[in-house]
Write a protein that binds this ligand. Structure first.
Ligand code: ATP
Ligand code: MG
Length: 409
């Protein structure tokens, strides 16, 4: 893609309300645009990253037998009366002119349980794993962390349905591993910890995945040896590492990027979702739910991977593989651009008539993993620099292609 055509231009300033690092870089870089507090448009660069995150999540959830569906965002109010959740504080309640009450989905238990009830009757129909990637709405009290806490945001929510606790427990362990693969692939694996959280009224624990960053809203207590943490809310009842029992737990600020939760029979009970076992007895279905906020992950990646000049995208979710910058060398630039494209490389080509300084500044802000500069000086070679490194090298186009193919393995 030619940068001269890219919508929008980068901007030098950002509104004073945007205090978080992720929002500052993402707004300046032209990845997102704020409509109102907690509600953002994804611009072309931002949408590219969001879609890549979505694909990583889809691949990993498909690998644990998740089947993708797409449920409505507009829900009937009655279903929330059934579960007793009609008054939870984050719900938006639209109402039609004639007075019919609706709810905008903040998660989808109230839709998926009545849906699945229409198709499950026997133990032979279980287990079942259904997920979607969908817009959720939550009337969050404080929405000031950019896309980390939106009032409208994309979420992957997976629901699992089982005959008993044992079957649920086995799947829960698989989901934990799938989540760690997701966080590794999007580039926050090293700073993300499986964290014990309180399980509400129906389970001792649930687990959240917390990414350590100084801007985090949460606090976790970390056992560095086991790479496990305990959430602030339960550290009074769980004072030691659940794995090695060490009491040497260190507090760290963190962001919750994902959550896996035993629902037991709470929702099956509310909607009478049951099945007939081998002996002809009727039993309630055991459920689990598993969420990941896509925008929250995107914002967290930026919080973790940046320097003073801008974002440093991890390879797998970068908006482009290569940022090619032509400095007074349009002919060479055009040739290299088309060679890279012919080799299947996703290139953002800065063909604009801007100063070298402002082009390089934009490249640092946008944060594409490999920067190539062609100028009168470089002849038929290019100057290659990785965004995360400080040193550039002069190399041939073949060497560049070699570096990119290694990176994409
Ligand atoms: P938090 O404690 O941060 O409010 P939560 O416990 O409400 O999170 P869940 O209801 O479990 O979160 O939602 C699943 C996932 O959706 C979270 O782990 C997070 O990644 C994401 N998420 C939750 N709320 C938001 C939000 N307001 N904006 C963006 N992502 C969110
Ligand atoms: Mg919440």
């Amino acid at each position: 893609m030619k940068q001269s055509k890219l919508f929008p231009k980068t901007s030098k300033t950002v509104s004073r309300e945007e205090i978080s690092t992720n929002a500052q870089f993402l707004v300046k870089g032209g990845f997102i645009n704020k409509l109102m507090a907690g509600v953002y448009t994804y611009m072309p660069l931002g949408l590219r990253v969001l879609k890549k995150i979505e694909n990583v999540i889809r691949e990993e959830i498909n690998a644990i037998d998740g089947q993708e569906i797409f449920m409505p965002a507009l829900h009937p109010h009655e279903n929330y009366v059934t579960t007793g959740r009609e008054n939870i504080d984050v719900l938006f309640h639209p109402e039609s002119v004639s007075g019919k009450k609706y709810v905008l989905g903040q998660s989808h238990e109230e839709v998926i349980v009545p849906l699945v009830k229409q198709y499950i009757s026997s133990y032979k129909d279980l287990p079942l794993y259904l997920y979607q990637i969908q817009t959720e709405f939550r009337n969050e009290l404080r929405a000031k962390s950019g896309i980390l806490r939106g009032r409208e945001f994309m979420m992957k929510d997976l629901y699992s349905f089982h005959r008993d606790d044992k079957d649920f427990d086995e799947y829960y362990e698989k989901a934990k591993l799938a989540y760690m693969s997701i966080f590794r692939r999007v580039g926050i694996g090293n700073s993300t910890y499986l964290t014990f959280a309180s399980g509400g009224t129906f389970s001792k624990y649930s687990h959240v995945f917390q990414t350590i960053t100084h801007s985090g809203e949460d606090t976790i207590y970390l056992c560095r040896k086991c790479r496990i943490a305990v959430n602030k809310d339960i550290v009074n009842e769980q004072k030691s590492c659940p794995e090695c029992q060490s009491t040497d737990l260190e507090p760290e600020k963190s962001i919750e990027v994902g959550n896996i939760f035993p629902l037991k029979t709470k929702f099956s009970n509310a909607f009478h979702l049951s099945y007939t076992d081998e002996n002809g007895n009727s039993r309630e279905v055991v459920m689990g739910c598993y969420g990941i906020g896509l925008g929250r992950v995107l914002g967290t990646v930026v919080e973790v991977n940046n320097d003073d000049n801008g974002i440093i995208w991890p390879d797998e979710i970068a908006p482009f593989d290569v940022h090619l910058i032509s400095i007074d060398a349009d002919k060479n630039g055009n040739d290299i651009y088309s060679t890279l494209q012919k080799n299947g490389v996703d290139v953002l080509y800065d063909d604009r008539k801007e100063s070298a300084g402002s082009k390089l500044k934009d490249a640092d802000l946008i944060g594409i993993p490999i920067r190539l500069v062609v100028s009168k000086k470089t002849g038929d070679k290019v100057e290659m620099k990785k965004r995360k490194d400080s040193k550039a090298t002069i190399c041939s186009l073949n060497e560049v292609l070699d570096t990119i193919s290694k990176q994409n393995v």
